[in-house]
Write a protein that binds this ligand. Structure first.
Ligand code: NAP
Length: 253
């Protein structure tokens, strides 16, 4: 890993908290930031997974459900200090057109991707500001930049993430807190398995005939963004596999 965390004034390791670190992009980001010299605190609902990850990278694991205000506040209260918050927890549930929308799926997508991100950010802002060099990284999606058939529950939530990122950028102007949004296209993780409720065939069909991004590809980009000098703010990064031009246009062999 070629990246190094910016030093802190007292020489202690900067602390990075990552939500949704029990799988995929969050888990890979935990490894990448630990390798870059951060003390990493990982959160997710599957406690066993984050505990073994924390042991492996020499960090801490705290159970976290970002859709639950008490869980969010308890997580934030246990952070000793905080330099970087990666709001990664999220995902999609289903691919039904609006005419067949399922309220529970929409509610879950909004509560995780939008409200969860807001509550985590609100709870962590005081510690980020106190660090004198804070950084929030929001994991959005190309679904936040485009719309596609059947995707409205997820695309509307990720469009919401774009609006939150842009609002934070102006609200935090003058404070020592950077804000970056990373918007990936297809990344092969548990994402599609979750979206299609454990249906392996449907999930693997998403990546059929092309080389998708890996979680490590996105983790590498997050590590790059958070290790720039503190005056450098990368606002937005849209990242897709070479074979994917848009949410609906991919080149398959
Ligand atoms: P993943 O492999 O399914 O991982 C999702 C992570 O989010 C898991 O660790 C899961 O942990 C956590 N999570 C879900 N609900 C949570 C909750 N209520 N509280 C705490 N943690 C929760 O999917 P991924 O691809 O890595 O997704 C990470 C982020 O990237 C998401 O925001 C997703 O929308 C975004 N994204 C993914 C893709 C893609 O193609 N894969 C593309 C664009 C954007 P637990 O279940 O253990 O809680």
């Amino acid at each position: 890993m070629p990246y190094s965390a910016n030093p802190t004034p007292d020489g202690t390791k900067p602390v990075a908290a990552i939500t949704g670190a029990s799988a995929g992009i969050g888990e890979a980001t935990a490894r990448a930031l630990a390798a870059a010299g951060f003390h990493v605190v990982v959160g997710a609902r599957r406690a066993e997974r984050i505990e073994s990850l924390a042991t492996e990278i020499g960090g801490d694991a705290i159970p976290l459900d970002v859709s639950d205000r008490e869980s969010v506040d308890a997580f934030a209260a246990r952070l000793p200090r905080l330099n970087v918050l990666v709001n990664n927890a999220g995902g999609a549930f289903g691919l039904e057109p609006i005419a067949e929308s399922v309220d529970e799926k929409w509610r879950a997508m909004w509560e995780t991707n939008v409200l969860g991100l807001m509550m985590m950010t609100r709870a962590c802002l005081p510690a980020l500001e106190a660090s004198s060099a804070g950084h929030i990284v929001n994991i959005g999606s190309i679904a936040g930049l485009e719309s596609y058939p059947g995707g409205a529950g997820y695309t509307s939530a990720k469009h919401g993430v774009v609006a939150i990122t842009e609002t934070l950028r102006v609200e935090l102007l003058g404070k020592p807190i950077r804000i970056t949004e990373v918007d990936p296209g297809m990344v092969e993780t548990e994402f599609s398995l979750v979206r299609f409720d454990g249906d392996n065939d449907r999930a693997s069909n998403v990546y059929r005939g092309l080389k998708p991004l890996t979680a490590a590809d996105i983790a590498d980009i997050i590590a790059f963004a958070v290790t720039r000098p503190p005056h450098v703010n990368i606002d937005h990064l849209r990242v897709t596999p070479l074979a994917q031009a848009s949410a609906t246009l991919a080149h398959r062999q």
